[in-house]
Write a protein that binds this ligand. Structure first.
Ligand SMILES: O=C(O)CCC(=O)C(=O)O
Length: 288
């Protein structure tokens, strides 16, 4: 099915998404016809020994019957293969990711991880979206000539790039012909640290911004879910969802309409996780 058709059907599903109204009656009661056809004979019942004629004279209709063709939510799909993966396509264009698990060989990734862990001035930022005292469940540092504002967080401009970050940014720009000039560094101290569903679509990043995400340290799941048509009222039940385990030295490029049509997150883990660093390279267009 084409994506626009799928979105149309999603809209229909959106209206189905509310659970069928439940009745306290047993199933056979709640599903029986509430009325009987006009051709049905009058019923006669006995009350206190007297016969009473009761006319049941309405048209037949079934109520509270759940639709037979309710769709199953799509299954979570894992992406593990190196290379390009098309996530989907809408009026905005194609959304795709490129996975390169061998971008940094593991012996280099080891010393890079230690260097970044020890030499970046990690901070725990407040996120005002969730209240004046709410702190993000991870540490960050922003490197750019421009400040960055995203969903309740303000990162002050910081032109003092660590030389390793400059070298990594230059290499990604050269290999993929991109023009990144900013990086948000994230440090997940353990499995309790996370980042919730969001897009990287702030106006300063321009239209359909490319994002490069480079990971070091313990493997964490990176999830993507398609944003439903607005008429589905933010119900993601029927959204396609992908999971990409991001391991030590892996580069993930998010391209095309991904930042408009898909949200991403790194969920908390139920099992212990060692620290992980993720660098998300971005292109800032401060005049926008
Ligand atoms: O840690 C990651 O892999 C994702 C980070 C992220 O979503 C972000 O910096 O916007």
């Amino acid at each position: 099915m084409s994506n626009s058709n799928r979105k149309k059907s999603l809209r229909v599903q959106g209206s189905w998404a509310a659970p069928p109204r439940r009745s306290t009656l047993p199933k056979h009661e709640s599903q029986r016809p509430t009325d009987v056809p006009s051709t049905h004979k009058s019923a006669s019942i006995s009350w206190a020994g007297k016969q009473t004629d009761t006319v049941v004279n309405k048209s037949l209709s079934f109520q509270n019957v759940p639709p037979q063709d309710l769709k199953e939510p799509p299954k979570l799909k894992y992406l593990r293969e190196n290379g390009e993966h098309i996530l989907g396509s809408t009026d905005r264009g194609c959304s795709k990711v490129i996975l390169n698990a061998n971008f940094i060989p593991s012996n280099d990734a080891d010393w890079m991880f230690e260097t970044l862990l020890n030499e970046i001035q990690w901070k725990q930022q407040k996120n005002l979206k969730y209240g004046p005292d709410y702190k993000e469940p991870r540490l960050t540092e922003w490197f750019s000539n421009h400040p960055y504002h995203y969903s309740g967080v303000e990162q002050a401009f910081n032109p003092h790039w660590h030389p390793l970050l400059t070298a990594l940014c230059d290499r990604i720009n050269q290999e993929y012909r991109l023009h990144f000039n900013a990086v948000l560094a994230n440090c997940y101290r353990d499995g309790h640290d996370s980042v919730d569903w969001h897009t990287d679509s702030e106006p300063a990043l321009g239209n359909c911004p490319p994002i490069a995400s480079l990971s070091f340290g313990d493997t964490r799941n990176f999830d993507l879910r398609e944003i439903p048509a607005t008429v589905a009222n933010g119900d993601f039940t029927y959204s396609q969802q992908f999971r990409i385990p991001l391991s030590h030295g892996t580069l993930l490029l998010m391209l095309g309409a991904t930042q408009h049509d898909w949200q991403h997150r790194v969920p908390k883990e139920y099992h212990d996780r060692k620290p992980r660093i993720n660098l998300t390279f971005r292109t800032m267009h401060p005049s926008r």
